[in-house]
Every structure is written in C-alpha cells, then in structure tokens.
Write a protein that binds this ligand. Sequence first.
Ligand code: FES
Length: 356
Amino acid sequence: MGFLKSLFGPKEAKFVEVAPFGARYEVPSGETMLEAALKNGVPFPHNCTVGTCGSCKCKLKTGRVSALTDFGYTLSQQEIAAGFILACQAIVKDPLTQVEVESASSDAPKPEQFTAKLVATEDLTHDIKKITLELDRPIHFVAGQYANLKYPNVKRARNYSFADAPDRDGRQQISFYIRKVPNGVFTEALFKGEMAEMTFDVDAPHGNFHLHPGNTPMICIAGGSGLAPLMSVLEKARKDRVKRPCAFLFGARTQADLYCLDQIKQIEQGWADSFVFLPVLSHEPADSSWTGARGLVTQFITDAMPNANWAEAEGYMCGPPGMIDAGISSMTEVGMNLDKIFYDKFTDESHIAKMP
Ligand code: FES
C-alpha cells in the first residue's frame, strides 16, 4: 500500500536549508539543489553549474542526495569523506536536506556589469601574459575574487582572478594573468595582439576565496597562472600589516615558468611577520644552474614551515585540480584541518574555457 501511495500519491515536497544564510526553499523534482536555490534568490556560491569548478561545494549536514555526475571528478577523497557535495550536481532525496556553504568574505560586494578597454599587456613568461583593463568606473572587490570577462566575438565569458590588491576607493585599472591555451580562441587572439583597443564586458566580482581573519600561520601554494589570486591576497595582507607567519610555495615546471619574483620579494620584505618564499620546479633539467627545490610543490610544506602548529594553520591554494588535490592530501597528512584549507581550482571549464 505504501509502495502504491509513493507511486500514485501526491509527491512529497522536498526542502533545503542553507547555513549560514538561514535560507529555506523547495526543490521541485527534476531540479538540482543549486537550480532551485537560484530560482528562489538564495545567493548560493556557484560558477560553472556543470560540476567542474567546485564553487558550489557545501557540507551535507542532514538528508541524502544523489549525484548527477560523480562528485569525485571535482572534490577530493578527503572532502567527500568529510561530507562535502556539489550543489549543482545534487538531487535531494529526503523531505529536508540541510547544507552549509563556506561563507564569502563579509565585505564581498554584489557583482555589477562594467565595460573595459585593454590598455596594457606584458609577457610574464613564454605562455603567461599580464593584461590590464581600464574600467568605465572603479570596482570594489575582495582580494582573491575573480571577474567574468566577455569579449565581443567570443560566446562564453572567461573567468580570471584579480591579480592586484583591491583599493579602498575602488580600482579603475585591473589586471589578470592569462595563460595561453593551445587552440583556445580567446587566448590565441590575445597572444596574437588582436585584442588591443577592444571593449570587454566585465561582470564582477565573484567567488568566495579570501583571507580569513586570524593570526594563525598560513601556508599558501600557487601553481601556474594560479599565482594571481594569491598575489592579490598577499599584497593586500602586506598593505594591511597582517601579522601572521606565512610560507608561500610557488610550483612551476622550469625556471622559465617562474614570474613576479620581484613583486614577491617586495611582499616578503614588507610582511609584518616571518615570511618564507619557496619556489619548486618539477621539470627543470637536471644539469641546469637551479640549486633550489625540485619536485612536486605540495611535497615541500614542512620544508617551508618546519615548526608550524599544523592543527591551527590555514591553507590557501590556487592552481590546477591535480595540484589542489595533492595539496589537500599533504596538508591533511601533516594534521591540518580540512575546514581550514581554502582553494581556488583553476579548471579548464571555469578559468581557461576553450570554446568560442
Ligand atoms: S557550480 Fe557546481 S561545480 Fe561549478
């Protein structure tokens, strides 16, 4: 009888409650947790909506969900074991599901639409350019956030993290580090110099990667063009005279792939507490002049901060998914708390989209 009722009776309503917003909304059948949240005006963090960027990561507190695509493509084993899910891929199964999202910085402004002109480009490495855009008016953002850039002949917006520290009065010029994607329509045109004088649409700021307040040690790891959000976070912390020990590891393939070393030196010199910078090269020829660290950057955490109280330390990582997953493993192995590891995963889908 119960079975027949479940087949033919009225469908039981399913609700989701989201902390820390205190939001409660109904999820109609056929909709994901994220779709229903956005339709109900709940400011659920999100970006790609297809399960690749990790922006909609949340912790399941009550209820069960099924996954449209395996959460394991984007979340690490440690995160899944700790109960994290992706709202954009989650179908709720129970009458009440409770989740908790990582809170955005309390100062994060609402996204707005801007127009911008490309005013400068600079080669940082053989395949990474710094571009500077002049906006139609100043923008406010939190260090670590990103912008959606849309160029007229390209259908999809590209997401790039701000590389500068924000300014109290807003910034009219903003810059980004852009890695060349082979056959990528957007970056090919940029590297050929075809974007000079072009007007971009900018939708920003987005994202909840930011420095959390406190004075515990922080270990930062950047890989490739993932340097941008950490440069923004560290430069802002230097300006604010944030007093906490910091180790900054920068993973690159070879010496030719290291960049912004002068700016990092300035941050190191102006830091209000101890600061260790450790570049680590994974593919430097064995017979080169390099005398520094070699191997995977995520294996040098304890070298960079030998005496840290790991249970209290916070981790900040930006870079490719493989590096982030390895970093989460290394950090949790030394005793760091998963809840104190923050990251911005630079996936193809969210940061270096290849489609026109
Ligand atoms: S919005 Fe869910 S993974 Fe990107």
